[in-house]
Design a protein around this ligand. Sequence first.
Ligand code: 2AM
Length: 175
Amino acid sequence: MPTQRLFFAISLPDDLQQQLVRWRAENFAEEAGRPVAAANMHITLAFLGEVSSETSQRLQTLASRIVQPGFDVDLDDAGHWPRPGVVWLGCQRPPRGLLQLASLLRAQAARHGCVQSPQPFHPHVTLLRHAYQPVALPPRGFHWRFRVAHFSLYASEFAKGRTRYRALASWPLQA
Ligand code: 2AM
């Protein structure tokens, strides 16, 4: 049975992706890690792993029934997880709407056999991968805000040596 590697996520506006690429180049040494492509910058809400089309369809039906207001995300925090080798941007105080949406999607995923990480959910945008050595982080004081008016289901696809995230479906949040 064919499967796809899927995850629910919030996309970042294109102009914010470009701003973050510039800021990353100015604030991190080249050897710090492998930069994530601008178009791949996002905040994962629920990681599903390899799922069948049947499970994907069921989870999409449930996602389409979610009624929740939109929210603002403030990216004003950064950190380094040396074990997975990830340098990230996140929120000092994640908005309640983001946590609620992720919690609901993660619970629905778990009920459909998509094992969820036992670690607490920590919303973030991955900036660098393969960052296994200590990394000097920029001092706090940076801040980007963006409005989240929809969320999406993405397929993670690997071709020609590159990972690409393709949006399969999106659902609006209330104005
Ligand atoms: P990361 O950026 O912190 O690695 C596609 O791989 C997306 O799913 C990425 O945002 C990635 O998070 C996330 N992801 C991959 N494996 C995961 C897992 N086991 N648990 C939670 N999120 C995961």
